[in-house]
Design a protein around this ligand. Structure first.
Ligand code: B12
Length: 296
């Protein structure tokens, strides 16, 4: 995540969280809007807004409704505002260079709680993953047909409502019968119930940030999952960074290496499958070793 985001001290988060919660429970829309605008302008970290504000507020509001203290409509009103706030956060975020890795993310059949999966989708996008967010109410047999055709690297399944756990287990079993070894990560309070007993899942995550580090560590442990396009993109980025640090133009590098400038440009953009010979010419011209160019 971007290091320029503001991560407020715990006390400030708590105080703003209480104010936002109060305005959402009581339907003070203007006040909620002012708070939301302020935290966006102050560049509060999306992780803080999603995980410390929205999640806690929604869970608190859920409990109020459960205890009969607020109406379903009032709970829905708060949920809709939280979705709006997530939209505002999203509009403020620049998507990074893609990793070339794909996840399909869905809330399990019979479960209408989508916000946890929306959050997970955003965090994975912000980490450079190509995310297919499928939403909710997808029947398991349809989901499996879709995954067989789409072939993501990971399927992420969200289960909040405990009664959807049977469908979650059914989906996991079916995905694991597919020919390609698709990794499965699960999350949400429902998924928590099966995380220790189900041997077919590749991991459970309490929150989206944990899921990202889990997915990235599974990729690191299985380098064959990384597509050629990703390797070329990171090589191109490295070459461009070294060249710019040396303060030389693509034209100069082209002259030094004996390679066409258009070729250098394509390599830097990750669009050229470069040969070992060309890579040696570029590395020699930049005064660095080939191996350092290929390191992470
Ligand atoms: C909003 C809400 C709804 C909305 C959902 C709207 C929507 N568009 O999503 C609606 C009104 C549809 C709804 C319906 C129902 N709900 Co409801 N709902 C909630 C509420 C208030 C908030 C849930 C939420 O979004 N929280 C915020 C998110 C961010 O938190 P989260 O889901 O836990 O997600 C976090 C992690 O779990 C994790 N995570 C979640 N998914 C994933 C996935 C991956 C891959 C990863 C890595 C991580 C991850 O990351 C997230 C961020 O940290 C909760 C209250 C609560 N205490 O949870 C009740 C709650 C979940 N609902 C409940 C109930 C009972 C119902 C209904 C049965 C009510 C009814 N009688 O109709 C129906 C069930 C419908 C169905 N078939 O699913 C109960 C469940 C209790 C239980 N244990 O059975 C709760 C706990 C309320 C309560 N205290 O009783 N609900």
């Amino acid at each position: 995540m971007n290091s320029n985001w503001y991560v407020p001290p715990k006390k400030e988060i708590q105080s703003v969280g209480n104010q936002l919660q109060y305005s959402l429970v009581n339907g003070h829309y203007n006040q909620a809007n002012v708070i939301s605008r302020t935290i966006i302008n102050q560049q509060w970290s999306p992780a803080v807004i999603y995980l410390d504000l929205i999640r806690n507020i929604l869970n608190h509001i859920g409990n109020l409704w459960h205890e009969g203290k607020i109406l379903i409509s009032e709970e829905h009103r708060a949920t809709q505002f939280c979705l709006l706030l997530m939209d505002r956060v999203r509009n403020n975020f620049r998507i990074p260079q893609p990793k070339g890795l794909k996840i399909s993310l869905t809330t399990i059949e019979d479960d209408k709680h989508v916000i946890g999966s929306y959050m997970a989708a955003d965090f994975f996008r912000w980490d450079g993953w190509n995310v297919e967010l499928l939403g909710s109410s997808i029947p398991n047999n349809d989901l499996i047909t879709y995954i067989r055709a789409s072939l993501p690297n990971f399927v992420l399944l969200s289960s909040t409502y405990p009664k959807s756990v049977g469908k979650l287990e059914e989906a996991i079993d079916s995905i694991k019968t597919l020919e390609k070894n698709i990794r499965i990560l699960v999350g949400g309070p429902g998924a928590q119930l099966i995380k220790d007993s189900n041997k077919k899942i590749d991991g459970f995550a309490d929150n989206p940030l944990q899921a990202i580090s889990l997915a990235n560590s599974l990729v690191d442990a299985n380098p064959s999952m990384i597509p050629l396009e990703t390797v070329l993109m990171s090589l191109g980025y490295k070459i461009q960074t070294v060249r710019k640090n040396m303060n030389i133009s693509q034209n100069t590098l082209s002259e030094k290496s004996g390679l066409a400038r258009t070729f250098i440009s394509a390599v830097e953009q990750g669009k050229q499958n470069v040969s070992l010979g060309s890579l040696k010419s570029i590395s020699d011209s930049l005064g660095v070793s080939i191996s350092s160019m290929l390191q992470d």
